[in-house]
Structures are given as C-alpha cells and as structure tokens.
Design a protein around this ligand. Structure first.
Ligand SMILES: *[C@@H]1O[C@H](CO)[C@@H](O)[C@H](O)[C@H]1NC(C)=O
Ligand SMILES: *[C@@H]1O[C@H](CO)[C@@H](O)[C@H](O)[C@H]1NC(C)=O
Length: 219
C-alpha cells in the first residue's frame, strides 16, 4: 500500500530528469559549432607575375568567395597574422568534410596563377594547427582550434557524451534521493499520527476511568 502510493509521486521527478537530459542533448549542436580556419602565417617563395607590379595573392575555396591577402606582396618574407584581420577567418569547414581550396595570384593577361590547390580537411589539423608547404611556392600555417584531427574532436565528443551520461545519472540519483526522503517523511508522519491517535485513545480511556472513579467516589 505504502510503496504503491510512493510510485506515482516519484514519476514526475524522473520525468524532470528526462527533460533536463533532453534540453542538454538538444543544445549540443550549438556547442559543436562550425570550424573557422585562420591563416596564421605565410611566406611565398616566388611570384608568377612577370610584369613589374606588386602581386595580388588570394585564397579561394570552391563554392566560396575569394579572400585577398592584402599584405602579402614580397617574396621570402614571413607574414604573421593574429587572426583578427578584416579578411579573417579565411574559410569555414563543415563537420567531417573537406573543401577544395587553393592559393592563387591574379594575372592581368591570362588566367590566374596557381601556387597550390588541395583538399583542406578538418583532419589535417594536429592540435588545431596545419602547415602547408609547397616547394618553391609557399609555406603557410593554418589554425583551426575546433578542427583538430584525430583525437581532439573525438575526445570532445566523448567528453560531451560523458557529461550527458553523468548528468542523467546525477538526476536519477537525485530523484531517488528525493523519493527516499519523501517516503521516510511519510512513514514518520504516519507513525506520529498513529502515536497521536493511540495517545488520544489512551487519554480518552484515562478520562473515562477517572470519570468512573469520580462517580464512584461521589456516589
Ligand atoms: C560572396 O560575396 C558576395 C558580395 O560580397 C555576397 O553577397 C555573397 O553572399 C558571398 N558568397 C559567399 C558564398 O560567401
Ligand atoms: C614553414 O613555416 C613554419 C611556421 O612558420 C615553420 O615552422 C617551418 O620551419 C617552415 N618551413 C620551411 C621549410 O620554411
């Protein structure tokens, strides 16, 4: 009887725990945001323009706009960027997918010159860093804190899953705790009520006895 009465009272608590877990799971895509790629440094070893003008170097990914690197004009000079430049981030990478990107130079007469063209993948990045070196062409360092190769993303996902599991477990433990306290409180209350009831009876008996006694004396 008692345990049957306890079950309905504990259901809303586990329902609340489920709700908390649901909210947590739904906010996951927000936590795992897109992966911005930043150009951290670049050194070009050559220019392709034979005219005596300053080169216009740009980075371009298929399906996106060109990003002109306005400062990169001299060869054999190491340009270092903070990532806050107006043209940064260079590009965004989708989850678990590469983009075909390249480094190019505008050509006034014919089609643009290609420094290099390659598949830029989240898995290229080791500890959020990726160095692309092409002999006699350029040496560039890309930074993407969210896309670290092998390891970082899986590690992060594992961490998130662990967090969710621990949250659900904690909520369940809390629900069980609240249910146990409630059960104990009800038991205590019932015992107290019973005791009070019995005491009332005893007092009633005493009163009756006294009355009977009094009647006997005064008779
Ligand atoms: C490219 O640039 C144009 C204008 O600057 C903008 O309207 C468009 O959305 C851009 N496209 C992409 C894919 O970013
Ligand atoms: C390429 O650039 C990185 C970062 O600046 C540097 O550590 C590396 O030594 C460079 N490699 C060459 C061959 O210049």
């Amino acid at each position: 009887m008692r345990s049957r009465r306890l079950v309905p009272s504990s259901i809303p608590i586990s329902r609340a725990a489920l709700l908390v877990a649901h909210v947590l799971l739904c906010s996951l895509p927000g936590i795992v945001s897109s992966k911005s790629v930043i150009l951290s440094s670049i050194k070009i070893f050559t220019t392709h323009e034979w005219m005596p003008t300053k080169p216009t170097i740009y980075f371009h990914c298929q399906g996106a706009n060109e990003t002109i690197l306005p400062d990169v004009k001299e060869k054999d000079f190491l340009y270092i960027f903070s990532g806050e430049e107006s043209w940064q981030p260079l590009t965004e990478l989708p989850e678990k997918k590469c983009r075909r990107c390249g480094l190019y130079e505008h050509n006034t007469l014919k089609s643009d010159d290609v420094f290099d063209e390659w598949e830029l993948c989240p898995s290229n990045f080791v500890h959020g860093k990726y160095v692309r070196l092409k002999r006699n062409e350029f040496n560039a360092t890309f930074v993407c804190p969210q896309c670290t190769a092998f390891g970082m993303t899986t590690w992060k996902r594992r961490q998130t899953v662990l967090l969710v599991v621990v949250s659900i477990f904690a909520a369940a433990v809390m629900a069980a705790g609240v249910a146990a306290v409630y059960k104990y409180w009800r038991k205590r209350k019932r015992e107290q009520d019973q005791a009070r009831f019995l005491k009332l009876f005893e007092e009633g008996d005493d009163l009756e006895d006294e009355l009977a006694l009094g009647n006997a004396i005064y008779k």
